[in-house]
Design a protein around this ligand. Sequence first.
Ligand code: HEM
Length: 511
Amino acid sequence: METVIVYSQTLFIFLLLCFSSLVSYFLFFKKPKGNFDLLPSPPAFPIIGHFHLLLAARIHMSFQKISSKYGPLLHLRIFNVPVILISSPAIAYEIFRAQDINISSRGVAAIDESLAFGSAGFVHAPYGDYWKFMKKLIVTKVLGPKAMEQSRSVRNEELELFYKTLLDKAMKKESVDFFEEAVRLVNNTLCTMTMGRSCSVENNEAGRVMELVAELATLSKKFLLGKMLRNIFEKLGISPFKKKIMDVSRRFEELLDKIILEHEEKPEDTEGKDFMDLLLADSRDENAEYKITKKHIKSLFTELFLGATDTSSTSTQWVMAEIINNPKIFQRVREEIDSVVGKTRLIQETDLPNLPYLEAVIKEALRLHPSVPFLVREFRDECTIGGFYVPNKTTLVVNVYAMMRDTDFWEDPDEFKPERFLASSRKEEDVKERFFNYIPFGSGRRKCPGSNLGSIFIGTVIGMMVQCFDWEIKGGKVKMEDAPGRLFLTMAHPLRCTPLPRTLNPLPTSH
Ligand code: HEM
């Protein structure tokens, strides 16, 4: 009798193992169609494939490491999700040149309902009618050259306010958290540019937007994992990141509902129409080119704030950290500003084209510290790359961080040398290199639409901070590590310095 029980137990365990292996096979091993094995691929773990690379504290570095060992064009497998990893400017050039429309979508969203990176948003919208309609509106009404010219006075006023805040802190000998201050400036400026008003001080709107953006930034890795593993999570009937992401999304929605209500209750003829008014009018217009909903509008605003704030603020922080650690470079930027702008008025954004060294410093900091270290796209249709077959729905990862430190394209790639971006020291390069070894704002149709605004934010803020203040830092040097566990490149140690004014009389914005 005992033998029979032991036998049945063993049989049961054996059958259970067979069953779970079969389930695993269908869940995780179902191979994508096509001759995928032809692409070079580093050794993978059973079932999870190369998933461990996504668990690294700094994913861009784990991708860089694997590419430098196995090559710049690799096939990876995250469970059953096929991924192509690119880390060479020449291959990126070929893909963006020949396949731009094919890779102009970002694949599925992690959580459809989320206002940030959800399926009603702009960032995850597939390349099609909705994306084209929104892109046209964003460019013509907010971020294009004409719209930017019209909103210039808003940015000048916000910069002057920021300057006064720093002056006040300097008088009180208080230190400044660069990231916090930059976030406040970017949010206030964007609020006025898009909603016709500054973030409300009484309701601490700026503070709330800042908190929500910061929370979303800490969830960035969950967005990536949720998106890559969505298929598997759905098959297993789980949604491990949904609660956290939706909690932040709902709080963003409450804030935006209030702002929308304010716009709807505003009498028609009181003020000029802002971007929010225009979108709301489109949502009511039965004959609009594309019928948008309030969910589309709220998602767009959430993503614009998210896209603008964290990127511009972290970049400002990195530039400042680099020049504080390199006093000769700091001094050269200051001399350039003094000679072009003078010492009797505050720098303005119209001065930026006349400050090539400042521009070179910013470009060099973005090269070393791109706030979005890798781009994620999806191949809509099957194609071939470098002679290799790529099936449709393959995820494309372009490791911008690795490309901008590629030793074949950059001399001393890990060193901060702004001179390399000055026209005088640039060598004759071929077209591939010129466009593809430097892409901190991405490339192609889905390239960042806010690159001009982002560069203006960083240029004017850094320019003003160098023109008007010396900076004192505890310990004399800034620690340059980036924070682990984030998707966006953020400083591990927030940069805090005390401003010392060069002149006690506030500078006017113009003569
Ligand atoms: C230093 C500042 C900034 C950096 C480094 C940056 C970087 C990027 C990058 C790398 C992408 C992905 C591009 C691609 O896939 O090829 C992107 C997309 C985007 N960025 Fe920026 N960005 C910055 C500032 C801004 C600003 C100021 C805004 C808006 C006010 C903005 C809005 C967006 C939007 C909406 C997208 C999605 C575009 C699409 O999917 O079509 N960004 N950004």
